[in-house]
Ligand binder design. Structure first.
Ligand SMILES: C[S@@+](CC[C@H](N)C(=O)[O-])C[C@H]1O[C@@H](n2cnc3c(N)ncnc32)[C@H](O)[C@@H]1O
Length: 208
């Protein structure tokens, strides 16, 4: 496909996603709990049931999983829950400027175990920076995987980020078993919190 055609198609897909996001959020200033790679929506449907006062959005690349998640939502009659089929980076790119993320869950992301596939992993410094830009004060990020090498890499990645601070080990604020969790023999989890932005940016030495 010629590059120009690809760019036109991509731009029109992103515009459609922008419109879809704006249509499903309750307000352009919505604050919501966000799950990336929500699969069939087990975790977030349970979360939304237990937290009727919080709006929740789950996204996943796979259409059939989002269809199942939406059925689950509708069967439970949850008005505070939305699921969208989209890619995480695209979702963040197309968010209305005034929305903020509350807690963020990444549960059993694709591990991409082969070294040559590591580039496909979601949990990367740039992505964490984008999440931080959309996170509200006090937002927390919860990560869980059954693939220890990915867990170790994720801990190292987030520990190196100024915007996030690792939380002491402890249970997640909410637990509900996902499909991949039910298949895991053991799994590893961490939480991190958004560091407050400095009240006054540090002055360059020459100004002091
Ligand atoms: C291993 S499954 C885990 C699903 C669910 N969280 C669970 O624990 O059962 C990972 C999910 O992440 C989705 N995914 C992978 N990369 C993604 C991305 N960049 N944006 C959105 N979803 C993504 C996949 O389609 C898949 O459904």
């Amino acid at each position: 496909m010629p590059r120009e055609v690809f760019q036109v198609i991509r731009a029109s897909r992103l515009a459609a996603l922008r419109a879809e996001i704006a249509a499903v959020l309750p307000t352009p200033k919505a604050r919501f709990v966000f799950e990336i790679g929500c699969g069939n929506g087990h975790f977030l449907a349970a979360y939304a049931t237990a937290h009727p006062d919080q709006f929740c959005v789950g996204i996943d690349l796979r259409l059939e999983r989002i269809v199942k998640a939406l059925h689950k939502r509708d069967r439970a009659g949850l008005g505070n829950l939305q699921f969208l089929r989209c890619e995480a980076g695209d979702f963040l790119r197309e968010l209305p400027v005034d929305v903020r993320l509350l807690d963020i869950y990444i549960l059993f992301p694709d591990p991409w175990p082969k070294k040559r596939h590591h580039k496909h992993r979601l949990f990367k410094p740039e992505f964490l920076g984008e999440l931080a830009a959309w996170a509200g004060q006090g937002s927390r990020l919860f990560f869980r995987t059954d693939y220890k090498p990915y867990f170790d890499e994720a801990v190292e990645t987030i520990a190196a980020q100024r915007a996030w601070r690792l939380l002491p080990a402890g249970p997640f604020p909410f637990e509900h078993q996902t499909i991949f969790q039910s298949r895991a023999v053991v799994f590893h989890s961490f939480g991190a919190t958004l560091e407050p932005a400095p009240a006054h940016p540090a002055r360059p030495a020459a100004d002091k």
